[in-house]
Design a protein around this ligand. Structure first.
Ligand code: CMX
Length: 470
């Protein structure tokens, strides 16, 4: 394929946003993220105005009883700018697939850090603005996040007061909610800020929260599992995940640090209808500030059918290894899959509400494993690959699952485990660091576009029957 044969350097030079000066080292037109967002908002507002004026009465399809009873699958009832999920081709971020992003988004190496993977900072910039940042812009954003990453003393005390036995996701959501104590949006709203200006303190809070999530997550990790430096020290010259890896005690592990960059970049956004993204949007539509909105999103992410699945997958895979040994035959894997299904449980990491093919995020994580000798050798990583070949056959034969292919959770936790992070109750917290870089940009856009409070119509079964009999 053409895209695979063009060297990365050439692609970078061709990208219009990347105007390298003749000297080769300086980057032209470096903006702050806030300036870049301010530039795109008027275009978005104009686009919305035109859509309303030209098409307000056009139908987007009928609503069937099956939609009402079936979790609203497929209904086009939400605006979401950052990404679009296609059932067949998977996720695109402002039109870019994951492989596209891997080619054009600034990486750790591009900002002078050890590692090769794209930076979550670059993905955040893309999701907020629709544009690819220059390496200098990504680096500047890393520095801004590092400068805002320290936790206030009151929050440290709150986190330290949680019992160790409280699930890390409950701790995470509670700590994020508590930060609303310092919300710029809440303060500005109380003072009577104009509606047209709402997006500015929303963006300020969003950047502040994204900056602090690694330290919150690291403090929880330290308190519950006793790993990391305990003080969440921040090195101002490091990128967001470089710092996070240090805080949780994996600073010297380049493989895990780079994996976390990829993981957090690609888990960021998966359009708007999934539970965590939708919750952030729904709660935010009441003008709850970003801390409250994202705290609620995290509680949704903590459900086993959503983000908690990556924890479940690992327990399931280790359970299989316990039962049949580290290198099971295909028949043993098949049998284990059937025993799960026959006991009435779901096979974690398989199926999806929208996707109807293997999740490109699963493919991206598998590609990462292929490039790292330490992972290629791992029996657990090999088992994940083996299951990904066999489970679709079994799930098809089982006949219930609309999508028998692996989703992102099928691979994500096993790699963490292999790198020594064996505390799988913690895995969804890492997903939670990531989802903010998709959900919060949309909250900024919701405010910039003046979207209304969300309020769909519900019906009782009696009311439904009465309507249908009319
Ligand atoms: N194993 C066994 N059965 C499954 C299944 C799986 N992996 N996936 C779906 N099914 C079953 C459903 O439970 C449902 O059964 P019932 O009719 O008895 O209720 C039936 O197949 C039809 O479901 P579907 O239309 O294919 O799937 P949904 O859109 O309802 O649900 C999802 C999607 C992800 C919740 C489901 O596939 C699932 O439970 N997967 C396992 C958990 C998981 O991996 N979740 C992570 C998803 C990614 C993420 O959000 O992070």
């Amino acid at each position: 394929m053409l895209s695979l044969t063009i060297p990365r350097v050439a692609l970078r030079a061709a990208a219009p946003q990347r105007q390298f000066a003749a000297a080769g080292l300086r980057f032209a037109s470096t903006k702050t993220l806030t300036e870049a967002v301010a530039e795109v908002i008027p275009q978005k507002q104009e686009q919305l105005k035109k859509l309303k004026a030209d098409f307000a009465d056009r139908s987007l399809g009928e609503v069937k009883v099956s939609n009402l009873l079936g979790g609203m699958r497929g209904l086009k009832v939400m605006l979401w700018e950052g990404s679009v999920l296609d059932a067949e081709t998977g996720i695109t971020f402002h039109g870019k697939t994951i492989p596209d992003c891997e080619k054009v988004l600034p990486t750790a190496k591009d900002v002078g850090q050890p590692g090769k993977e794209m930076l979550p900072e670059s993905m955040l910039w893309l999701l907020l603005t629709g544009n690819v940042p220059s390496a200098e812009e990504a680096k500047q954003l890393s520095a801004e996040l590092a400068s805002k990453g320290k936790l206030p003393a009151y929050l440290e005390k709150i986190i330290d007061s949680f019992p160790k036995s409280l699930h890390p996701m409950t701790q995470f959501a509670s700590a994020v909610g508590a930060l609303n104590h310092d919300s710029a949006f809440a303060a500005a709203y109380t003072k009577g800020i104009k509606k047209a200006e709402y997006w500015k303190p929303t963006l300020e809070d969003s950047i502040d929260l994204i900056a602090k999530l690694p330290a919150i997550a690291a403090r929880i990790y330290y308190n519950v599992f006793g790993r990391g430096d305990g003080s969440q020290a921040i090195d101002q010259s490091k990128d967001l995940i470089g710092n996070y890896a240090e805080m949780i005690g994996y600073g010297g592990n380049e493989g895990l640090t780079d994996y976390l960059r990829l993981y957090i970049a690609i888990h960021g956004d998966h359009e708007g209808g999934n539970v965590s993204a939708h919750t952030a949007h729904l709660v935010g539509s009441a003008l709850s500030d970003p801390y409250l909105s994202y705290s609620a999103a995290l509680l949704g992410l903590a459900g086993p059918l959503h983000g908690l699945a990556n924890q479940e997958v690992l327990g399931w895979a280790l359970g299989m290894q316990d039962k049949v040994g580290k290198n099971p035959t295909d028949d043993q894997v098949k049998e284990y899959l059937w025993s799960t299904l026959k006991s009435g449980r779901v096979v974690p990491g398989y199926g999806h509400a929208v996707l109807r093919r293997p999740d490109p995020r699963f493919s991206a994580l598998s590609r990462f494993c292929d490039t790292r000798p330490e992972l290629k050798e791992s029996a657990l990583v090999q088992l994940v690959q083996q299951v990904s070949n066999i489970a679709p056959i079994v799930l098809k034969e089982h006949g219930k699952t609309a999508n028998p292919f692996p989703n992102v959770d099928a691979a994500s936790g096993c790699v963490l485990y292999e790198y020594g992070m064996s505390e799988f109750k913690y895995y969804t917290v890492i997903f939670g660091i990531s989802r903010a870089i998709g959900a919060l940009p949309q909250l900024v856009m919701d405010r910039a576009l003046g979207l209304p409070i969300e309020r769909p119509k519900s019906m009782s079964m009696n009311a439904l029957e009465a309507l249908l009999k009319k």
